[in-house]
Design a binder for this molecule. Structure first.
Ligand SMILES: [Zn+2]
Length: 149
């Protein structure tokens, strides 16, 4: 089965429980489960997964993509800065780090890759995203700097 061909929004098929899960359930999988299986490779692996999924989004503009990020409850994104070669996106209420204790770490790799993949698809250019802020890093929100090549 190839899930990459399934629209992200079409995967909402539960009759009684609906499309939502508690954030704690997601975080158990994301912060404990993934770490247990992938160890040190968790960050790069999640970035690659995010990027691969980001390339499948069916939106035409960065603004539409930001709406999708909010609709998917990944977080509440907004553009901080945008030029030909750089887009800085801030994400409030990030699904991975919002409300976590400060550990000094930046580990929203899925989100980072998801943004990079979507930017690549939308602009038709290579993109690399780097997380520069996180709630787990003591910041009030998550932030990603997307270099465009
Ligand atoms: Zn985050």
């Amino acid at each position: 089965m190839n899930y990459s061909k399934i629209s992200l929004l079409a995967v909402n098929q539960r009759k009684e429980l609906g499309s939502q899960i508690p954030l704690s359930t997601f975080r158990l999988l994301r912060l404990h489960g993934m770490q247990e299986i992938f160890g040190e490779s968790t960050g790069p692996a999640l970035y690659m997964v995010g990027k691969s999924i980001g390339k499948t989004v069916e939106v035409k503009t960065i603004e539409e993509f930001l709406e999708l990020v909010k609709e998917l409850k990944i977080g509440i994104p907004s553009i901080v800065y945008r030029s030909e070669k750089l887009i800085i996106i801030k994400v409030l209420e990030c699904m991975t780090c919002s409300g976590l204790p400060v550990t000094g770490e930046l580990f929203c790799n899925f989100e980072s890759g998801f943004i990079a993949g979507a930017v690549e698809k939308i602009l038709g250019r290579k993109a690399k995203s780097t997380q520069t802020k996180s709630c787990s890093h003591g910041d009030e929100y998550c932030q990603f700097e997307v270099e465009i090549f």
